[in-house]
Ligand binder design. Structure first.
Ligand SMILES: [Zn+2]
Length: 626
């Protein structure tokens, strides 16, 4: 028996494309790769591999699966053997399959099952208390106030945590659960003195929180009005929400409230509505928008975005229209982009949240808002422009802050359209200026450029003695950088690579440049090996260390375009220099009456223009003056 987490780790760390390529020739096709299926005979490729998802599918014979199933199928290995082989490749040790590890794994599973059972019986207890407890009506009053229907209460299994200190702990101990276990799942809290425990959730409306498999792993408890006679609660109202602490079962950034309830509708509509609060989820769900989730007790996280991506391709953010809601929407953009989710933003009228909007305007208006929601990038552009107003400095800052947002867009066409959009929304005619400001924003975000105004230079960047006072040409650094990002350029564009080699004036840079040829055709360069090419005190070393941590050219095409432009520009510069020199010498020769020499120089000059690449109007100098 191999622990599940280990298998997951191995799957995660295995490069499926590389694995498949040991058997099948693959070619890129959009985000995926395709080739001839190894599992059935075919003449045109219908075997697709998605690198990021680690999944393959053959449209011919319908075989599909992950790295493990690929290896099992193609080599005929049994599962444990396939795990061991891939583990070795990924550098993950898979402990021998013996009865001891099997026993431990079984023990661990059993323990988890028991913890889940405790949480499940607590959920049952809260549901029963909502129906039976004498203060249950106070929870119902809150539900009524929010317009939550009985069916919704049942769907989401809402409950009531009774008033008092040990109602739940008493119930759980009757069931035979130990205080230690109940504490481990966050339901009870040890008393500060005198031993014993008390209930974490008291006199609260309870929202159970499920994992993606629908197992309840945590709770979110909403405060209710103080019960009659409880003067202390009347004096100092408790926190509005209390959520379970992080436990063995529950990591808050990994869970989306309502996901399990929403899963069918999510898959059906392929759109997820993401809102801020539990009540928003309930309100939308009962208004017919079943595809709704909310992050719980946190801002939207990376793992929540990834989790969501398994169910939907589009996420519509329905955050409050206040400042915090706007900030949350902006913060979600890079996470959605990274997860491959296309984001949209619904802007609610000021002062409204989804819940209040639905009650005032009804589901049709909500449907219209969702249907006409702008893309998140569009929304960010518009709201930044609105915030910046007409002040030129504020505009410049706002455009700069949009740099990283636009840089996260994969499609070059889309990115270009957004640049134009920025120019038009900010009312700036000069699109090159906009581009420059955006690029600056990217460099600022990467820590490669100082902020425009305000912040004084941090102490850490106080001038230090340079390792050696040699200035490396910025253009040369950028050229070599392009080959670090995409070593395959050596092969794909040989003539450009040769010209770059000629252009480099620094020995170190030439060494680095040459070394990158070793990674032609591989997934990426080996940073440690490349660093060995330059000595510790070399001026290029510092640059290389920085440069290895970032990728400036996301795709090879943009790198190639950049190189082509630079090479062309440098070539033009060379021609211009030569031309000037020849013209001067011709003039001197004529003045000296040496017509023979002047004619020879004339021939050289016309030769020069013939050999030079015809300057094309389409390839300006854009991007070369950074
Ligand atoms: Zn096939």
């Amino acid at each position: 028996m191999i622990p599940e987490e280990k298998v997951a780790e191995i799957r995660e760390r295995t490069d499926l494309v590389a694995l498949v390529r040991e058997y099948v020739e693959l070619k890129r096709s959009g985000t995926s790769y395709k080739g001839l299926c190894p599992f059935h005979g075919e003449k045109s490729p219908s075997f697709y591999v998605h690198p990021d998802r680690g999944f393959f599918h053959c449209f011919g014979c319908q075989t599909s699966g992950d790295a493990l199933s690929f290896l099992m199928r193609i080599e005929g290995h049994p599962f444990p053997e396939a795990v061991r082989i891939l583990g070795e490749r990924a550098g993950i040790e898979v402990t021998a399959v013996d009865s001891e590890t099997e026993r431990l794994a079984r023990q661990k599973r059993a323990r988890r099952e028991q913890l889940l059972a405790i949480v499940e019986s607590a959920a049952g207890f809260f549901v029963k208390m909502l129906a039976d407890h004498k203060l249950g009506p106070m929870a119902w009053a809150e539900l009524d106030r929010r317009g939550i229907a009985k069916e919704t209460v049942e769907t989401y299994r809402l409950g009531y945590a009774p008033h008092g200190w040990d109602e739940l702990s008493g119930f759980l101990s009757q069931r035979g659960y130990s205080p230690a276990q109940c504490e481990e799942v966050g339901l009870i809290v040890p008393r500060r003195s005198g031993g014993g425990h008390y209930d974490r959730f008291r006199h609260r409306l309870m929202f159970p929180v499920s994992d993606a498999h629908g197992r309840i792993v945590a709770f979110s408890g909403r405060a209710l009005e103080a019960p009659p006679g409880d003067e202390r609660a009347q004096r100092e109202p408790p926190a509005k929400y209390v959520n379970s602490p992080e436990t063995t079962l529950y990591k808050k950034g990994d869970i989306l409230f309502g996901l399990h309830e929403a899963r069918v509708e999510l898959r059906r509509r392929e759109i997820a509505l993401v809102c801020e609060g539990n009540f928003d989820v309930l309100a939308l769900s009962q208004a017919g928008f079943g595809n709704v989730v909310a992050p719980l007790g946190t801002a939207f996280t990376d793992s929540q975005a990834k989790l969501l991506r398994r169910y939907a391709q589009t996420a519509v953010l329905l955050f409050d229209s206040d400042k915090a809601g706007k900030k949350a929407a902006r913060a979600a953009q890079p996470l959605l982009a990274k997860a491959g989710i296309s984001g949209k933003v619904v802007t609610l009228p000021p002062g409204d949240d989804p819940d209040s909007f639905l009650r005032e305007k009804g589901p049709e208006s909500m449907e219209r808002l969702i249907g006409s929601a702008p893309s998140i990038v569009e929304w960010i552009i518009e709201s930044s422009a609105a915030d910046a107003g007409a002040d030129p400095a504020a505009k410049a800052d706002a455009i700069e802050s949009l740099g990283p947002v636009l840089a996260s867009i994969d499609s070059p066409v889309e990115a270009r359209l957004y640049v134009e959009r920025v120019a038009s929304v900010f009312e700036i005619r000069d699109i090159q200026a906009v581009r420059q400001q955006l690029r600056r924003g990217v460099r600022v975000a990467r820590g490669q450029a100082p902020r425009r105004r305000g912040a004084p230079a941090p102490a850490a960047s106080a001038p230090q003695a340079p390792r050696r006072a040699v200035r490396l040409s910025k253009l040369e650094l950028q050229l070599v950088g392009a080959f670090i990002d995409h070593p395959s350029l050596h092969e794909h564009d040989r003539s450009c690579a040769e010209k770059v080699q000629e252009l480099l004036t620094s020995d170190d840079l030439r060494a680095i440049f040459h070394a990158t040829t070793r990674w032609v055709g591989s997934r990426g360069i080996d940073a440690a090996a490349l660093l060995e090419e330059v000595s510790e005190d070399s001026p290029a070393r510092e640059w290389l260390e920085r440069r290895l941590a970032v990728q400036e050219f996301e795709d090879e095409t943009s790198a190639r375009r950049f190189i082509e432009r630079v090479v062309q520009k440098l070539e033009r510069d060379r021609v211009a220099r030569e031309n000037k020199r020849l013209s001067r010498e011709i003039l001197e020769a004529r003045r000296a009456g040496d017509d023979e020499r002047a004619d020879a120089l004339m021939r050289q000059k016309s030769q020069l223009f013939r050999s030079a690449a015809p300057p094309s109007a389409a390839t300006g100098t854009e991007g070369t003056k950074r």
